[in-house]
Design a protein around this ligand. Sequence first.
Ligand code: SAM
Length: 417
Amino acid sequence: MKTKVKYKQKRKEPLFVKESLFPAIDYQPTGNINYKTIKIHTGNIKQNITAIDQLLSFYPREDVFFEISNGDLIINLRQLDFSDFKKKIQSFIENSDNEVSQLLNSILFHIEKIKSYGLKGKKRLYVGYNKERKVKGREEKEKERGIYFYARDNTFSKRNNEVPERFINQIISGDSEEILKKFPENCIDLIFTSPPYNFGLEYENHKDGTNWNEYFDKLFKIFIECIRVLKYGGRVIVNVQPLFSDYIPIHHILSDFFMRRKMIWRGEIIWDKHNWNCKYTAWGSWKSPSNPYLKYTWEFLEIFCKGDLKKEGDSKNIDISDEEFKKYVIGKWDIAPERNMKEYGHPAMFPENLVERVLKLFSYKGDVILDPFNGVGTTTAVSKKLSRKYIGIDTSEEYCKKAKDRLEKTPIDMRLF
Ligand SMILES: C[S@@+](CC[C@H](N)C(=O)[O-])C[C@H]1O[C@@H](n2cnc3c(N)ncnc32)[C@H](O)[C@@H]1O
């Protein structure tokens, strides 16, 4: 007996299929294609096959097809435009009875739950996306090479402490080296900061542009305190811009300092500001190999971990979305410089978006965030907005006052609850 199955999508010819013979279910993959399979326990699968078949018929069979095995629905996935799939499935749900809706919801839930996939245009690739990177016996080889060998013999205590209540959600005016000495060890989850770069900028009460030895001497003293107060498993992320015209690679010098202090260098993010306002060439060397001056439109974020790459936290306090995660783990961030520096009267502020990305990618809601060079308080304002606890320190009373005013005007983002 032949049954006419009505499909919602346009087909070139009317499709006549035998009862229980559906294009998406009967697909036999050719060649050596692997699939990610999802098994869904379902009651009346036979009666609901039509709906699933209709839904999957919108996509190439070699990308997604299904089978029934022992009454379970098996979905085979190779690649899928997930946002299109989600929209389709939602419109199917609106037009279906309760039982079918439940099954469709369950399919959506299971596919959405897959967090490991590659991206190709709009499609999520569920198999083969990390093929080239596959190294046989990777773990043994890592052991042999000595993964972060320089930080293995650290003597960090694993016992974390609470920050004294009087420091929580405070803007503190003073020298970070002195202030941080009052903190117990292992009490801060994440430090995100940008020290003065020694370029000669006009700060309110900080002399920017001293002898490099003095500069590093002071910076290291503050970072020694930062490492001490950081929790075991905590992160320090430092935004720096080397002074290329002095041929001082601050980011390398800092990385070397942190690694000698047994911190794990976790990676580096290029913050591309697309700032083309930098000089093109040394005088007299235009179009000559004699002394070309390299142009950088970006700054660096150097990331270090104390003791462990993994940071413990409750999964219900994660606030990064799938799309944000996929975007932020790529180590080049295109973010324009802050535009409101004049309004705040500060020459070197973070854009809020930069802080937002750092906090969502490297911390949980409720974590304690410290900025020991807090300026007019971008880190502290965004921490408040994203439901983190915050501590900001700056030598300038004027900047601290602005940071406090800013906090008062910053609401907590309720969309995150
Ligand atoms: C690059 S700015 C940070 C700006 C900040 N990210 C913002 O968005 O406003 C560096 C800050 O470090 C402060 N500073 C310099 N030496 C300091 C010290 N020893 N302790 C605390 N803050 C210091 C300066 O006053 C300046 O505001």
